[in-house]
Design a protein around this ligand. Structure first.
Ligand SMILES: *[C@@H]1O[C@H](CO)[C@@H](O)[C@H](O)[C@H]1NC(C)=O
Ligand SMILES: *[C@@H]1O[C@H](CO)[C@@H](O)[C@H](O)[C@H]1NC(C)=O
Ligand SMILES: *[C@@H]1O[C@H](CO)[C@@H](O)[C@H](O)[C@H]1NC(C)=O
Ligand SMILES: *[C@@H]1O[C@H](CO)[C@@H](O)[C@H](O)[C@H]1NC(C)=O
Length: 359
């Protein structure tokens, strides 16, 4: 079975509608795999959703709700890079406590982001580091000397008991600030690309220094947290440039002919509400109806289907009618917690039935 070609929405529909006769567990794990997950996530700590991810999610959902054109699922407008997956990875590095304090260093910390959630097939296109400092930290009064913020790439693990100089490290970013507070953003795409190999990912070392450190920054409380926003794309899901249309039609008429029918899937109905953050559900639809002879053009048939209905009309017992199946599907965006509790925004192909046909 080729997972890329599975229509995830249809599987979900099977899960809901045909559930009683199927091995639900097997069906669910097949679907989760096609969504890029090892198992059904059960987030332990509900990390807050970064505001930028919320904005990006709404940015992709709003045009649809207004009946507009859906955005390209494989392009991240906010950073102008290709991507269908955006992850927010939390920092897992610890503070570095110095043996011999250097008086000019205010803060020294390891930044570590676990990249194991990224699949091998994904191509990383952007990594943005966000460091949050408390609003009133690191102020120089008057025209004092500025602060130096440095980011180093660690290239050798420091062992317990080693002094900070025992790190083998390479300067990546160095920036001076007169006031150092709030949220700081750094483009660390190049370094992050190297972290794909687990043995190469030793993280970064953050250092904040000032010649007047002693009087200006005595505590570490000014550091709130750090996170890494990683954009990647899966080539197998981003090949086609098919024009996708809005899925917000309402099938009309009572006729029994093949056409899309309205189906709203609520994620809480399938027990997924604790790891899917948004949306709570979506209009997935499904195809149902007859493919009668003669097939009309609206039924989007193939030549094969036209011949099959002809044969069926001559020999109804021996040859079945063609099937009413989805011929055009469109993507949706889902915001969720993955198996490592990362917040992920991902665009899934083939989740909504737009058009049906007799095939
Ligand atoms: C939202 O979409 C608009 C138009 O495509 C874009 O200019 C903007 O950068 C997007 N992102 C956010 C976070 O608003
Ligand atoms: C990264 O996460 C994976 C999966 O959760 C885990 O097995 C691995 O030990 C983690 N690596 C580090 C260095 O924390
Ligand atoms: C981030 O850095 C990469 C590589 O240095 C560069 O190609 C890219 O344009 C940068 N992105 C932004 C948003 O500045
Ligand atoms: C067949 O495709 C056309 C547009 O290409 C569409 O308007 C029509 O609704 C489709 N037929 C069905 C049964 O979905």
């Amino acid at each position: 079975m080729q997972l890329p070609h599975l229509a995830a929405g249809l599987l979900l529909w099977t899960l809901l509608v045909g559930g009683t006769d199927l091995d639900l567990k097997a069906q669910e794990s097949l679907l989760l795999r096609s969504l890029g997950l090892r198992t059904k996530p059960s987030p332990r700590s509900l990390a807050p959703v970064p505001p930028l991810l919320w904005k990006m999610f709404h940015n992709r959902t709003l045009p649809l709700a207004r009946g507009g054109k859906p955005p390209n699922p494989c392009w991240v407008e906010e950073f102008s890079v290709p991507g269908n997956i955006v992850r927010a990875l939390p920092d897992q590095g610890g503070f570095i406590h110095k043996e011999e304090p250097q008086s000019w260093v205010c803060l020294q910390k390891r930044l570590y982001f676990n990249f194991s959630a990224l699949e091998e097939a994904e191509q990383l296109t952007m990594a943005q580091l966000q460091i949050r400092l408390s609003p009133n930290s690191y102020h120089v009064s008057g025209s004092g000397p500025p602060f130096e913020l440095s980011l180093y790439k660690a290239s050798q693990m420091a062992l317990r008991g080693m002094s900070t100089h025992a790190y083998s490290r390479k300067l990546v970013v160095e920036q001076s600030f007169l006031h150092l507070h709030g949220s700081l953003l750094f483009n660390v795409t190049e370094v992050a690309k190297e972290w794909r190999a687990p043995s190469k990912n030793l993280g970064l070392i953050l250092e904040i220094a000032s010649p007047r450190a002693g009087e200006l920054c005595s505590n570490l409380n000014s550091f709130l947290d750090a996170s890494l926003l990683v954009v990647s794309f899966t080539p197998k899901h981003c090949k086609s440039s098919r024009a996708k249309r809005s899925s917000h039609f309402v099938p009309a008429g009572l006729s029994n002919v093949c056409k899309p029918r309205r189906l709203y899937i609520s994620f809480s109905d399938v027990g997924w509400e604790n790891w899917i953050i948004a949306p709570q559900g979506y209009l997935a639809n499904y195809c149902l109806g007859e493919c009668p002879f003669p097939l009309t053009e609206e039924l989007n048939s193939t030549n094969h289907a036209i011949l099959q209905t002809m044969v069926h009309s001559l020999d109804p017992e021996g040859t079945p009618q063609p099937c009413c199946v989805p011929v055009r599907l469109s993507p949706i965006s889902i915001l969720y917690y993955d198996n490592d509790d990362n917040v992920v925004l991902r665009h899934y192909e083939d989740m909504v039935v737009d058009e049906c046909g007799c095939r």
